[in-house]
Design a binder for this molecule. Structure first.
Ligand code: SF4
Ligand code: SF4
Ligand code: SF4
Ligand code: SF4
Length: 598
C-alpha cells in the first residue's frame, strides 16, 4: 500500500513537472514573439509597446468587420486546411488525421476528467461512445503517422527535407498511440485486472456467481482465465450475464467496441497468461504515460509547437495589412511566423531557384531550409562564418518571385522575411556587394519601409572603407591628375575572362547612354564621377584609384543593359562587379587571391 502511494505521488510529481515545463515553454516561446525582431527598422520597438499594440489590435479587430474574415479563415484554413487540400490531397489526409485525431483524442481521452466528464454526467472511458471513439481517434492518428512515414521515407517527396525534429515528432506521436492501443489490448486479456475489478466493484466475490461472471467475461469480453476455457455451459453464461448486468454493465461496454485494442487482445491471447504474470500491462502503462509526459513537456520546444503557432499565424495574416498595420504588430507577427512553419516543403516545391541547388550545394537556397536558419538569427544567436555565408547566399540567390509566400499553407510572408534578413546582415556589417547601390532592386523594394539612414548605411560603410585607400574618393569634384598606372591591378583584372574584355572597348559610350543610373541624374558626372565607358577606359590605363573611386561603380544596379548593348561585346557589368570586389579586398588589406572572386 505504502509502495503504491509512493508511486502515485512520484507519477503525480512527474505530471506536474511536465505541465510546468509545458506552461513555461509556452510562455517563453510566446514571450519571444514580442521580444525579438528580424526586422532592422522595428528592432527598437520595446516588448511592452509590442504587447500593448497586440492587445489593442486584437480588441479593435474583434469589434470590426474583420471578425467575419477571421471566422472564415478559422473555418476554412485552420479547421479544414483548405490551403493544404489545394496543394496535395494525400498531405491533406495526413494532416487532418494527425491534427484532427490528436486534438480529439487529447480533449476526449487525455483530458477526459475535465472535458468529457464535465459535459456528460455518465461519462466513463469504458462505455460507448467513448470506448469506440478512443480507438477510432487513435487509429485515425496512426493512419496519419503511416502516411507521414510513407511520404518522407518511401515516396521521398523531393521538397521534404527530413530533419531530426521531424523524425522525433513522428516517433513521439507513434509511441503514444501504439503504446496506448497495445496497453488497452493487454488490459482486455489480463486476468489480474479482471480480478481486481471484480473485487472492487462487483458483489460477486466468490462462489457460483463469481464463476458465472468470469465465464461471461471470458466468453464475451476477451479475458483470458488461467482456469476457465471456452466453451461454457449456456446456463452458466446466462447466469453470468445477469450478474454482469447488475454489477458491471453500467460502466463497461463490450470490449469489441474498442476495435483496435480488441484486435490486439485477440492476437496476444495465446500468451496472455505470461504477459499478465510479467505485468506487461504495467510496463506499457509506464511507456504510454512517460511518452505523453515527454510529448507534453517537449511540445513548446519541438516542431509540434506549430500546433499553436500555425493557427495564430493564419489568423494574424488574415487581418493584418503590410502597409497599414502597426509596425510593432508586424514585428511580432514575423516572429510567430518562424514558429508557425511546419517544415512541409511546399514553398521549396514551388521555388523558382530550387533547381540551383544542383549547382550550388547550399540548402539555404531552399525557402523551407532558409527559414530554419533564420530562427537562430532572429533569436540573436551569433552565426558561425559558415552559417552566415550559407544564409547570405540563400537570401540573395532568390528572384523575389513571391511564389513561396503565395503557396505557404500557414500563410507566412516569406518575402518579407528574406528582405529583412538581407537588411539584418547588412546592418551587422556583412556586405553584399550586389546590393550596395541605393537603387538596387532588392533594397529598392524595401525603401518605403526603411529609415533613410538605415537604407544608406551599408553603402556609406563601404564607401568609408574605400575612401581610406583611394585618394580620389576624398576629392569632391573628382577632377584630379591621373594617378600612376598600377600594373598589378591591371594584371589581376586580366585574370578573369569577362573582365579582360574591357581592352576591346572603343569608347562609343553606348553603355553610358543606356545606363538607367546615369539617366537618373541631370548632371551624372558630378554625382557619379566616371561613367561606365570611362571606367572601361580607366581599366585599360590601369589607374586603380580612378576606377575604384568612381561612385558609378557603387551605384551600378547590375542591370546588365550596358553589357547587352555593347557593340564590342565588352562585359561592362561584369567588369564593374569585379572591380567592386577588388576594391573591397584592397580596402580590407587582403590583396591576395580571393576565394570568392568570380
Ligand atoms: S514556410 Fe510555409 S510552405 Fe515553407 S516549409 Fe514552412 S510552412 Fe511549409
Ligand atoms: S521569392 Fe525567392 S525563395 Fe521565394 S520562391 Fe521565389 S525565388 Fe524562391
Ligand atoms: S558600349 Fe562597349 S565599346 Fe562602347 S564604350 Fe561601352 S564598353 Fe566601350
Ligand atoms: S549594369 Fe550597366 S547599365 Fe546597368 S546600372 Fe550598371 S553600368 Fe548602368
Amino acid at each position: 500500500m505504502k509502495g503504491a502511494t509512493g508511486t502515485t505521488m512520484f507519477l503525480t510529481i512527474l505530471l506536474y513537472v511536465a505541465l510546468i515545463a509545458f506552461g513555461a515553454g509556452l510562455l517563453y516561446k510566446i514571450f519571444n514573439w514580442f521580444r525579438y525582431s528580424i526586422s532592422v527598422g522595428r528592432r527598437d520597438i520595446s516588448t511592452s509597446r509590442r504587447l500593448g499594440a497586440a492587445v489593442s489590435g486584437i480588441l479593435s479587430m474583434l469589434f470590426s468587420a474583420k471578425i467575419l474574415t477571421l471566422l472564415k479563415v478559422f473555418v476554412l484554413d485552420v479547421v479544414l486546411n483548405v490551403r493544404i487540400l489545394r496543394e496535395d490531397v494525400l498531405r491533406w489526409v495526413m494532416h487532418m488525421c494527425l491534427y484532427g485525431g490528436f486534438v480529439l483524442l487529447l480533449l476526449m481521452h487525455a483530458l477526459g476528467q475535465y472535458t468529457s466528464a464535465a459535459l456528460f454526467d455518465d461519462y466513463y472511458s469504458t462505455i460507448n461512445p467513448f470506448l469506440f471513439l478512443r480507438d477510432l481517434f487513435g487509429v485515425v492518428v496512426l493512419v496519419g503517422v503511416v502516411i507521414a512515414v510513407y511520404r518522407r521515407f518511401i515516396l521521398r517527396v523531393p521538397s521534404l527535407m527530413s530533419k531530426a525534429m521531424d523524425v522525433y515528432a513522428i516517433i513521439i506521436v507513434a509511441v503514444i498511440i501504439v503504446s496506448g492501443i497495445v496497453l488497452q489490448g493487454t488490459q482486455v486479456v489480463s486476468y489480474s485486472i479482471y480480478k481486481e475489478m471484480v473485487e472492487d466493484y462487483s458483489a460477486a466475490s466468490g462462489g457460483e456467481e463469481a464463476e458465472a461472471l468470469e465465464a461471461y467475461w471470458v466468453n464475451n469480453y476477451g479475458v483470458v482465465s488461467p482456469t476457465m476455457k471456452r466453451p461454457f455451459d449456456e446456463g452458466l453464461v446466462v447466469r453470468g450475464r445477469q450478474v454482469h448486468e447488475m454489477s458491471c454493465a453500467e460502466c463497461h461496454a463490450r470490449s469489441q467496441w474498442g476495435f483496435a485494442s480488441y484486435g490486439v487482445a485477440k492476437v496476444i491471447s495465446p500468451i496472455a497468461g505470461g504477459l499478465d504474470q510479467a505485468k506487461v500491462h504495467m510496463l506499457l502503462w509506464y511507456i504510454h504515460w512517460f511518452a505523453c509526459l515527454i510529448g507534453l513537456a517537449y511540445l513548446p520546444f519541438s516542431k509540434m509547437f506549430h500546433l499553436v503557432a500555425s493557427p495564430v499565424s493564419l489568423l494574424a495574416n488574415a487581418v493584418m495589412d503590410r502597409g497599414r498595420s502597426d509596425p510593432a504588430n508586424i514585428a511580432t507577427r514575423q516572429m510567430l511566423e518562424l514558429d508557425a512553419c511546419t517544415h512541409c516543403g511546399t514553398c521549396t516545391s514551388r521555388c523558382s531557384v530550387a533547381a540551383a541547388l544542383e549547382e550550388i550545394p547550399n540548402l539555404n537556397i531552399l525557402p523551407s531550409e532558409k527559414i530554419l536558419a533564420i530562427k537562430g538569427l532572429a533569436a540573436g544567436r551569433e552565426l558561425t562564418d559558415r552559417e552566415r555565408k550559407d544564409l547570405q547566399e540563400g537570401v540573395y540567390v532568390c528572384t523575389n518571385c513571391y511564389r513561396c509566400t503565395v503557396v505557404c499553407p500557414v500563410g507566412i510572408n516569406l518575402q518579407d522575411l528574406w528582405f529583412n534578413v538581407r537588411e539584418t546582415l547588412l546592418e551587422k556589417g556583412i556586405a553584399e556587394f550586389s546590393t550596395l547601390c541605393p537603387l538596387s532592386f532588392s533594397r529598392g523594394l524595401m525603401k518605403a519601409e526603411m529609415v533613410h539612414t538605415d537604407y544608406q548605411k551599408p553603402l556609406t560603410k563601404a564607401r568609408e572603407a574605400i575612401v581610406d585607400k583611394c585618394e580620389l574618393m576624398k576629392v569632391p569634384d573628382k577632377v584630379v591628375p591621373l594617378t600612376q598606372a598600377d600594373r598589378a591591378f591591371k594584371s589581376r583584372l586580366n585574370l578573369s575572362g569577362q573582365a579582360s574584355t574591357f581592352s576591346v572597348c572603343f569608347g562609343c559610350q553606348t553603355c553610358t547612354n543606356v545606363c538607367p543610373v546615369v539617366a537618373n541624374y541631370d548632371n551624372p558626372q558630378e554625382i557619379l564621377g566616371l561613367l561606365p565607358h570611362q571606367i572601361m577606359h580607366a581599366c585599360g590605363l590601369g589607374v586603380r584609384d580612378l576606377a575604384f573611386g568612381s561612385n558609378m561603380l557603387w551605384d551600378c544596379l547590375t542591370c546588365y543593359q550596358c553589357q547587352e548593348q555593347c557593340p564590342q561585346g565588352v562585359c561592362v557589368t561584369d567588369v564593374l562587379y569585379e572591380l567592386k570586389n577588388l576594391a573591397v579586398e584592397y580596402a580590407s588589406g587582403n590583396t591576395g587571391e580571393s576565394e570568392g572572386r568570380p
